[in-house]
Design a protein around this ligand. Sequence first.
Ligand code: PLP
Length: 411
Amino acid sequence: MTIHPQNDRISSPRAEGRGGIASSFPAQFTGSIEDLVSALKPQHPLYVLRPQILAPAARDFSALFSGDVMYAVKCNPDKAVLQILYKNGIKAFDVASVEEVRLAAKAAPKAKLYFMHPVKAPEAIREAYTIHGVRAFVLDTQEELFKILRETDLAHDLELFVRMALPKNSSAAIDFRAKFGAMPEDVSLLLQQCRPVAAKLGVCFHVGTQTMNPSVYARAVNIAAAAIARSGVKVDALDVGGGFPAAYPGQAAPPPLPQYMKAISGALKKCGLSDMPLLCEPGRALVAHSTSLVVRVEQRRGDLLYINDGTYGGLFDAGRWLNLRYPVRLIRRDGELHHTEMLPFRLAGPTCDALDMMAGPFDLPADVRTGDWIELGNAGAYSRGLRGNFNGFGKSAAIALYEPSGAELPK
Ligand SMILES: Cc1ncc(COP(=O)(O)O)c(C=O)c1O
């Protein structure tokens, strides 16, 4: 095993407090995950980024999608993640707050930023436009359009995207239609209002995160095409949003990405929009598998393992809202193999809140003990950016792992 700390001490991989947004590339470690844990014996949750997984994921996604891919920064705002994505073909980022604008502008100064939150603070629009050169903004109301125009002093170089609400998507883990998006009739009106003041005009939607059915994208393209036709104005781009899924244990495997791309291009062709320039805003599908979270078992009570991270930290999606199961691997405190029978376990987070529990089940060796570590996979998506500091359990650290014989993910 080889350790390549970015700073001079491997014993301190980059520690993070609340928020978990990285400020520098983490220390690096070459070896197996077991070697890494044995070397560090992490007492706080440890994010383990595998560039060997992230870089090809970025390249594959860009190669498959016939348009511009903008990565949704909210999904994992780690600076190293943004930089690896940028180096591997993702040249645009979807940002949702002024903090994300600043972060992305710093991590990848040449990346194009799209400010895709439909309800933005006026100060955020002004700073994004005047200081960071952001020109692309989303809106789903006339009020937001006026706000963008006011805060950019009636700029002539705006790229405006009108976000459209979609019908219920029961194949998604979270359906976003309750929160954002104009109804298709209103989209047509907004397009008419935006056209005279927009250098570029687009329509966008988000079908819902972790969408398991590719035909939902085709349906959304059809609705967008009808709204565009009704508006009677020229629309320059269609942004099909995020929502592309990652594989999680306990769910049917998602259809492969090419099926999603085929559904989108097929629908565009049928609507006569084959030449429409396309964009998308993936988060989860790009980064989920790139990162694991190593947690420590602080106590065992039967099938319930009390661990040092939970739903107020990096494991929100494993809690009662989404109940996602994560792939897991036990890393024993003494490195020995005791027992091979697997049993289903539940997890309890470190806070005093009884909601901070994760039903799983998480399949682990029957003799898991206090002091063992668990590697949870899929922590690349919606984990680092969600960390809070409730009950004082906000600390985490991060490191990049290179496995000489190829990345070996937990199952
Ligand atoms: C506007 C917007 N774009 C893209 C995404 C990324 O979605 P996903 O991670 O499902 O691909 C989100 C997620 O919340 C979003 O709100």
